[in-house]
Design a protein around this ligand. Structure first.
Ligand SMILES: Nc1ncnc2c1ncn2[C@@H]1O[C@H](COP(=O)(O)OP(=O)(O)OP(=O)(O)O)[C@@H](O)[C@H]1O
Ligand SMILES: [Mg+2]
Length: 306
């Protein structure tokens, strides 16, 4: 596998390929709050899966359960058919890496050093070899530097190798986190809001980058609030609401599902607003976000129809 692979936009979608990641009946409770409520899903080799849902829906908590940051109250996660222990390091070593909603880089280390940190789970040098700095340590360090530079080039940060992470602009920090995740040589990459705070040009670049990651054979699960991004990028989309899986389907199916639209505009049994009461302005906003909504579902209809 080489990061020199040339991307192409019409990468095949994955259904039909083997399951690489599976979560079965994940429940995560915090006291009386059920943040993740019996969620199951499968991710296939080379697939890009989107996870959407309103604020507080449980998306990040679900990622935390998948990656061993949280031990789920119940449920099981398997990677390549093997049960994953709920320990972050074990999960990374098994082949799943992630980025964080709130960027977690080593600010006082350079971009290259940050990527090299990701390599450590794949190098064999133990503490003693590091102290003695024997030939094996030096060889592995050289390889880590070469691989780190290659990954920086892959995410478009080759000219930033020696910059401190904390001095990089926000969008570049997000790409650096992705490079660090890739350095662990994962089969599956989980991205938690990779375009948060990015401008449209950076978002476009992030989308191309994720397509190129898939080109390298990895599966990607991505949490995002930017619907246009999600529906353009993903092969399949899941929508979580109040911890539970509300809808799962192709971007076209999820985009036009009235339950998803209701979830986003706050329509629920607790709320007076429903999809039937969208104003023209609501519809414009939803269209701008890439959500398909029928023009008839507007306030004009509520005024006339009820
Ligand atoms: N460690 C924790 N202790 C207690 N409650 C938690 C904890 N982590 C998350 N929660 C709660 O679980 C719920 C789901 O939060 P989570 O961060 O997973 O939502 P999210 O879908 O990622 O939202 P956002 O889109 O805003 O990032 C929220 O009510 C949150 O307050
Ligand atoms: Mg979140």
């Amino acid at each position: 596998m080489s990061t020199a692979a040339v991307p192409h936009a019409d990468a095949p979608s994955s259904p039909g390929r083997g399951v690489v990641l599976e979560a079965r009946n994940i429940v995560m409770r915090f006291g009386g709050l059920t943040a993740v409520d019996d969620v199951s899903f499968q991710v296939h080799e080379g697939e890009i899966v989107g996870l959407i849902g309103p604020n507080g829906a449980g998306k990040t908590t679900f990622f935390n359960c998948l990656t061993g940051m949280y031990k789920p109250t119940s449920g099981e996660v398997t990677l390549g058919g093997r049960a994953l222990p709920p320990r972050p390091r074990a999960v990374v070593t098994a082949g799943m890496a992630r980025t964080f909603q709130n960027i977690r880089l080593f600010g006082n280390m350079t971009a290259l050093e940050n990527v090299m940190v990701g390599r450590y789970c794949r190098t064999s040098s133990m503490a003693l070899t590091s102290i003695l700095r024997g030939p094996k340590f030096r060889r592995e360090e050289r390889e880590s530097i070469d691989r780190g530079r290659e990954l920086l080039r892959f995410v478009g940060l080759d000219d930033k190798a020696d910059h401190l992470a904390r001095n990089l602009p926000y969008g570049e920090q997000r790409r650096l986190e992705i490079a660090r995740a890739l350095a662990t040589e994962p089969q599956v990459v989980l991205l938690d809001e990779p375009t948060a705070g990015m401008n449209p040009r950076e978002t476009e670049e992030a989308m191309r980058l994720i397509f190129r990651i898939r080109e390298l054979g990895m599966a990607v699960v991505v949490i995002e609030h930017d619907m246009r991004f999600i529906f353009t990028l993903c092969d399949r989309v899941l929508c979580l609401v109040r911890g539970a899986l509300l809808v799962e389907g192709s971007p076209a199916q999820v985009q036009s599902d009235p339950r998803v639209i209701e979830a986003y505009i706050g329509g629920s049994e607790d709320d007076d607003i429903s999809a039937d009461e969208l104003t023209e302005e609501d519809v414009e906003v939803l269209h701008a976000e890439g959500v398909d909504v029928e023009p008839s579902r507007t306030s004009a209809r509520s005024e006339n129809g009820r």
